[in-house]
Ligand binder design. Sequence first.
Ligand code: UDP
Length: 194
Amino acid sequence: KTVTVMDIDFFNTSMNAFLKHIVYPDLANGNKCFIVTANPEIVIETRDHPEFKKVVQSADYVLADGVGVVNAAMLLGQPLPERVSGIDVMYHMLDHAAKQGYSVFFLGASEDSNKKAVENAEKIFPGLKIAGRHDGYFDPADESIARMVVDSNPDIVLVALGMQRQEGWIADNIDKFDKGVFMGVGGSFDVLSG
Ligand code: UDP
């Protein structure tokens, strides 16, 4: 089920299988799930930062977000079917959420980028339920941000705080939620905001 590259267990899946067998059922059943989309940069970062490595290893699913990881797995004789990129998973989840009525919280990026990303998401995915949104420039010790996200009762929480910070935020706060699919999305709000 997994392929290990530099101590990180990558979930052995294609994009379609991941959505169909993991994400959509977890959303339908209200299962909590922590997804890390790991590119080679993240894998290297875990080597130098043991705390970050623990966070990545605590995720339910680590996806190979980069040909570098896919190639490394192939060289280790345990091929992964394809690259599963974070931004693609995000777009598929938003599409599914709009169709099925799941709500999404957008946490992270600058206020301007966050606002525009939400506006564009609403345009691209008509009917998308926005649980809430907040920029990513807050004091991590400020508990009120996590409380606001919890109180919005989101089905999906997209966290764009940059590598490490976003995964750390999810690991630190996921226990406060009853449900939710959580994923760090790096610079994806900046892309979505146009
Ligand atoms: N970001 C944020 N809060 C921070 C640092 C970064 O919200 O304290 C956002 C930033 O605005 C950008 C995203 O996180 O939208 C990804 O940042 P960056 O590309 O620097 O991170 P990387 O994922 O490349 O480490």
